[in-house]
Design a protein around this ligand. Structure first.
Ligand code: PEP
Length: 263
């Protein structure tokens, strides 16, 4: 069965000490669940993913080690080269050695603040997908100006076309696409669930036209909270969520997981 995803993106927040405090609370909240899952006695159909900063990946791995059945680690970025003179960058081997199963690629903050181009993001997606050890989470999404002139489909189609250009073969079965309209990120203005469903359906149809999709998942990000998670997760093409601001507090992220993760 294809699992839904509830993912936390901590962005540039939390030192290792903050991480230890966070998980002391979060793991306490989910402790009952761990026993249920081990006993095969839970209808959990979701995977929890945490994307802390690079500096806390290994610390987080040590803490969540007993929970790796259903809590996974993601990096917030990765570079496409294997090694060498790329100061400040981090390779697939490096994130794998800190326990990552996922890598967020092409987040709108990488695109807008650090000027990452569609082409660079396509190289990263190709490198990670073709390597096969890490599942890439390809972020796409339009800004407000594009949405106002109803250009979101064309814009996202282009991000997907270039983003998937270096994937070898015709299957994207394990890929995750995160549809994150820029105007909804960190603004407290989430997309209306019906509009989200329409874009997710469009993304499915577009990818299906060029690839066999297998267990492709399309998740939504942008001002997700415990107030809107159930409506979003109720839509057939919304396979999960990527949560920024509301994931920083363990109780609030636990509430999102509990409502959205079908516990
Ligand atoms: C994000 O940056 O990926 C995000 C979804 O942020 P927020 O939940 O704060 O809108």
């Amino acid at each position: 069965m294809k699992k839904k995803i509830i993912a936390a993106n901590f962005k540039m927040n939390k030192t290792n000490e903050d991480i230890r405090k966070y998980f002391a609370v979060f793991l306490d909240l989910i402790n009952g669940l761990k026993d249920k899952i081990s006993a095969g006695d839970s209808d959990l159909d979701s995977e929890l993913i945490f994307a802390p900063p690079f500096t806390s990946l290994c610390e987080t791995l040590n803490i969540i080690e007993p929970y790796l059945d259903f809590i996974k680690l993601s990096s917030q970025n990765v570079y496409f080269e294997k090694s060498g003179a790329h100061t400040g960058e981090v390779s697939i081997d490096m994130i794998k050695s800190c326990g990552c199963d996922y890598a967020i690629i092409g987040h709108s903050e990488r695109r807008n603040i650090f000027r990452e181009s569609d082409e660079l993001i396509g190289k990263k997606i190709g490198a990670v997908y073709n390597d096969g050890r890490i599942i890439p989470i390809l972020c796409v999404g339009e800004n407000l100006e594009i949405r106002k002139r109803n250009g979101q489909e064309k814009f996202v189609e282009n991000q997907l076309a270039v983003g998937l250009n270096s994937v070898k073969g015709k299957s994207v079965s394990s890929l995750i696409v995160a549809y994150e309209p820029v105007w909804a990120i960190g603004t407290g203005m989430p997309i209306k669930a019906d509009d989200g469903e329409a874009m997710h359906g469009f993304i499915y149809d577009y990818i299906k036209s060029g690839f066999s999709i297998g267990e492709l998942r399309v998740i939504y990000g942008g001002s997700v909270t415990e107030a809107n998670i159930e409506e979003l997760m109720g839509k057939p093409h919304i396979d999960g969520v990527l949560v920024g601001g509301a994931s920083l507090d363990p109780q609030s992220f636990y509430n999102i997981f509990k409502k959205g993760g079908r516990l």
